[in-house]
Ligand binder design. Structure first.
Ligand code: GUN
Length: 292
């Protein structure tokens, strides 16, 4: 069994990005600039956005954090998005989700200029991804593809079983894994909370991607000997022993599943660190593509 070390790979990619930023600035160009809009004070979102801003600094990007209280109107947010779309100093920007209930996520996402949509959430980017055209691929699926690539995991002709059908992981992951390019070229099955014979299907998976958001959902009896298991779960569970009072739990019962796997990604330290790196990669791509 080989552990997929997302922390290590993410550090390597950050070093590669920092090198490219150095080269850009040596050529007299300004560094890439990412802006992030954060609405309200959700604990998870605060942490994620703080990590994104910190990672920008680590690789030499400029970043701008734009904060609004939870009672901001949709019109106000749309106005700020229009400004960011028109701002030549900003290469890419994100609006951290979830948003308060009175704001329609899709109104916000669809207002973002697709060429600055480094989250890859705009329908134009999702449509291009489905067609296999160059686009911004959202952070988690892009991070998983990068792990498969860097560990040289064979995917062609394999049966990839994805557990979960979310817009930000399950659905895009299924689209990427059926593309003819590598990693991909796989036979894909998507299971979800309503799948009646789920364990039987997961047992057929050469590659299992667990993104259902249910801690320790995947048990040893559901995994084929020699399978590759990617755990996307990030549920916070109470942990009095931790200084934060909680710890992250994945969707896979790691201790009993790991001995059966050829490769497995842990939580934390697997997919998680890769997601921010994908956002940085997309921002670098946005900056490179812009005429500046
Ligand atoms: N909320 C959870 N994941 C993400 C992400 O990748 N991007 C944004 N904008 N919000 C999120």
């Amino acid at each position: 069994m080989q552990l997929i070390d997302g922390k290590l790979i993410s550090e390597q990619i950050k070093a590669e990005i920092a090198q490219q930023v150095k080269q850009m600035t040596a050529e007299g160009k300004r560094p890439p600039h990412l802006a992030a809009i954060l609405v309200g004070h959700d604990g998870g979102s605060e942490t994620y956005v703080a990590n994104k801003v910190r990672s920008c600094a680590q690789v030499g990007f400029q970043s701008t954090l734009i904060r609004y209280e939870a009672d901001v109107t949709e019109a106000e947010l749309l106005g700020r998005i229009a400004e960011l779309n028109a701002d030549d100093d900003v290469d890419g920007f994100i609006v951290q989700l979830p948003l308060p209930k009175h704001i329609d996520d899709q109104h916000i996402i669809q207002a973002i200029d697709p060429s600055k949509d480094v989250d890859g959430f705009h329908p134009v980017n999702i449509g291009k991804m489905m067609l296999g055209l160059p686009c911004f691929v959202s952070a988690t699926p892009a991070g998983i593809m990068q792990l498969l690539r860097r560990y040289d995991i064979k995917t062609s002709g394999k049966h990839c079983v994805i557990i979960g059908r979310s817009n930000i992981v399950g659905k895009p992951m299924s689209m990427l894994m059926i593309q003819k390019t590598l990693p991909g070229d796989a036979t894909v099955t998507v299971c979800h909370s309503r799948t009646s014979n789920l364990p039987e299907i997961v047992r057929q998976g050469d590659i299992v991607i667990a993104a259902i958001g249910s801690p320790e959902f995947v048990t040893a009896d559901m995994v084929k000997e020699g399978a590759v298991v990617i755990d996307v779960g990030t549920t916070r569970v109470p942990d009095p022993a931790s200084p934060r009072g909680w710890r992250l739990k994945g969707d896979v019962k790691f201790d009993e599943v790991a001995p059966k796997c050829s490769y497995i990604s842990p939580v934390p330290g697997g997919v998680g660190p890769m997601t921010i790196v994908s956002l940085l990669t997309n921002t670098l791509q946005a900056a490179t593509q812009r005429n500046r």
